[in-house]
Design a protein around this ligand. Structure first.
Ligand SMILES: *Cc1c(COP(=O)(O)O)cnc(C)c1O
Length: 415
């Protein structure tokens, strides 16, 4: 559920007409709904309240790392799932609690480990044997035992786009499931480490329960086995990945997801850690764009808009679908158009063969479901300034990130 709805033909974010924001701030602009963000967090929280043990939501920062979004989740009591020193800095800047943050990623540097350990991170999700040794050295240098979980790769097919599947044997993520027991045994002898959990994350935009069920039953079994071997594990981190509806997908609801998870983990006695990203923010954001030109070629009708692949890379990178909604509802016969951006790449296509009532120049569209992996993946390619971001809360709204200015494009450079 989200709070982007038409009222008398005008698309609103909560109580604010999107046209008013576009007129005041310009386009492209990301617009987030605070009520939607809060609601999504609360729905997931409530779904997992059925668990007999505590659970902690660690919002996956990479989905949308904007300070105002992080602050909102921090105020809801969220923890954070980070994958870099930069994300750690963002969480701290937003007032997030590092003691409720977990640190994943296959390429953590010793410096990043040191910063996170020093800041009091809840645990490191370690992704290789060599990383374990480096983390041990960092722990010993700081005269601490670095709390860690091994991220295991359960070798299940998440049945999602191959760029966002992470749970197959061939993936760079996690350690092979079969090697986990030996690695925990080795780590037990290392003075700079303390095993506190077990972790997995099989991929993103998961729309089916069966791969989750398969992965969780393997991982829950391993958790119990490690406990029996005397490893003092407390946390079972099941990652994120729950999908959302972009077009006609029907992912499990948070309640169905929770019931699948809880069935698998109920026997472990673990404190459950969840790392949702997309499901919290995806449908809580839209990207406003204006039509620049219509262009009819012998074979195609193009609509050129002012959102490029540098602003929203998902269609170009993952062939992702985003619904396009006119900001002011229009009547007419739909024609098939390719909606393209201004970037000089043939892959800069926002929507291919999309039926749209041919818009006029200057008309506004909302690119729907753009809250996740939108702004956090934006770049300055073609020396394009990154979009502004706006947070709506009821009738109020404010700019939470200014549109970049030309001088932001060369900050730190010397000619
Ligand atoms: C990206 C990522 C997530 C979040 O994935 P979503 O699909 O956005 O829920 C969670 N955990 C890890 C380790 C990730 O890399």
């Amino acid at each position: 559920m989200n709070h982007f709805n038409y009222r008398r033909g005008a698309l609103h974010a909560e109580d604010v007409p999107l046209a008013a924001i576009a007129d005041a701030v310009g386009t492209p602009t990301y617009v987030y709904s605070a009520a939607t963000l809060t609601r999504h967090f609360q729905v997931v929280t409530e779904a997992f309240s059925a668990y007999s043990r505590p659970h902690l939501i660690c919002y996956s920062v990479k989905a949308n790392s904007t300070l105002a979004v992080l602050r909102l989740f921090a105020e809801q009591g969220s923890g954070f799932d980070i994958v870099s020193g930069g994300e750690l800095a963002r969480v701290r800047q937003a007032g997030g609690d590092v003691a409720k943050a977990v640190f994943a990623g296959v390429g953590k540097t010793p410096e990043e480990m040191e910063q996170a350990l020093d800041a009091g991170i809840l645990m490191f999700n370690v992704e290789s044997a060599e990383e374990l040794e480096v983390l041990d050295a960092v722990g010993r240098r700081l005269k601490r035992r670095a709390p860690f979980a091994l991220r295991v790769n359960p070798d299940v097919d998440a049945r999602t786009h191959r760029y966002i599947a992470t749970g197959l044997k061939t993936s760079k993520f996690g350690v092979p499931f079969e090697e986990a027991v030996a690695l925990y045994a080795r780590a037990r002898k290392m003075k700079g480490l303390k095993a506190v959990g077990l972790d997995c994350h099989i991929g993103s935009q998961l729309t089916q329960a069966s791969p989750m069920r398969a992965a969780l039953s393997k991982v829950a079994g391993l958790y119990s086995e490690l406990r029996e071997q005397g490893h003092p594990l407390e946390y079972l981190d099941i990652g994120g990945g729950l999908g959302i509806t972009y077009a006609d997908e029907t992912p499990p609801s948070p309640q169905e997801y929770a019931s699948t998870v809880l069935k698998a983990v109920e026997g472990t006695g673990a404190t459950l850690i969840l790392e949702p990203g997309r499901v919290l923010v995806g449908n809580a954001g839209v990207l406003l764009t204006r039509v620049l030109y219509r262009k009819q070629t012998p074979t195609k009708q193009f609509v050129v808009v002012d959102v490029g692949m540098n602003d929203l890379i998902r269609p170009a990178l993952y062939e992702a679908h985003h619904a396009l909604q006119p900001v002011v509802k229009r009547r007419g016969k739909a024609v098939e158009v390719d909606v393209v951006g201004p970037v000089c790449e043939s892959s800069d296509v926002l929507a291919r063969a999309r039926p749209l009532v041919l818009p006029g120049q200057g008309e506004l569209y909302a690119v729907m479901s753009a809250g996740a992996y939108g702004m956090s993946m934006a770049s300055n390619y073609n020396s394009r300034a990154r979009p502004a971001e706006v947070m709506v809360n009821g009738e109020a709204w404010r700019v939470v990130r200014e549109r970049e200015k030309p001088e932001d494009l060369w900050r730190g450079e010397r000619a």
